[in-house]
Design a binder for this molecule. Sequence first.
Ligand SMILES: NC(=O)c1ccc[n+]([C@@H]2O[C@H](COP(=O)([O-])OP(=O)(O)OC[C@H]3O[C@@H](n4cnc5c(N)ncnc54)[C@H](OP(=O)(O)O)[C@@H]3O)[C@@H](O)[C@H]2O)c1
Length: 296
Amino acid sequence: MKKTLAIIGVTGKLGYRVANKLANQDKYDLIGIARNPGKRSFDHFKNISFYQIKGIDDIENLSNALKKADIIINTGYVWFANHIHKALQKAKHKPEQIIFIGSAAIFTRYNVPSKAKRMAGEQSVFRNFKHWTLIRPTMIYGHPQDNNISRLIKFVNKSPVIPIIGKGKNKIQPIFIDDVVEFIIRSIDNPNVINKEINISGKRAITNRELFLTVAVLLQKRRILIPIPPQIILFGIKLFRLIGQKPPVKEEQVMRFLEDKNVDISEAVQLLEYTPRDFREGCGELIQTMREEGII
Ligand SMILES: NC(=O)c1ccc[n+]([C@@H]2O[C@H](COP(=O)([O-])OP(=O)(O)OC[C@H]3O[C@@H](n4cnc5c(N)ncnc54)[C@H](OP(=O)(O)O)[C@@H]3O)[C@@H](O)[C@H]2O)c1
């Protein structure tokens, strides 16, 4: 029987890609929930209807949108959980499964404001829902608007020297966006992942140094890495603030750069029977896209 699947945040980078994978499938009637559905083109979809909400705290409209959903995917933020719970209570409706996208950033040892917000969101998931799945990706890259690796590619492409915070020995394990989408798609209606927290990332952890050098090698550019002591960067940030300027990086970003961000994905690989790309492969695909689009 056809199921109704609602996507919250359907106009987002992840939400739109997940929706596209489910477009025109006989298995699902889709409900797209967004603040501004006109932000993206859905003309090619035959199986989607829209509900506009003023924001995630617009419980009235959110409740209407969710009342018939068998499955819900929240590709907005994990801290939407409380609002979704309220909307489902108002609709007196219990979906078969609700998939939340969290973030592996929750594992940071620093008490950044977003950590408390994410933790409260996750607690709401565990407390308020019966059949949930929580997927926590590491840094997502793989498209020219990713704001992380695509920016690095542009920089490495132009600059003969690459400053790096510290020695670059800390580990990182970014995940290609299509792999995040694949993990989400494989979680839908999947009894293996009910009430499971699943950490996902790229296939293998690498050091920040290796990541920078991989980008240079793939671009076929000889580049020199210049390690900058973190204390100097932190001092520079203070100077920017002292003269009333916005620093190019925040203290939080510097500290996060200096901690290991690798995660164990063996459970995700086993439960969802999918192995994500290695960084070298994903970065190569991204460079090709950026070349085709004339960005580099
Ligand atoms: N990007 C990463 O590197 C990364 C890494 C790990 C985890 N994640 C997680 O992945 C998820 C999706 O990320 P993304 O990169 O796809 O983000 P995105 O492109 O910014 O999409 C977020 C979606 O949420 C909607 N939204 C934001 N605030 C809202 C509000 N107050 N009320 C209603 N809707 C709201 C946005 O609506 P509009 O389209 O109207 O703005 C958009 O559709 C998030 O949970 C994020 O924490 C991302």
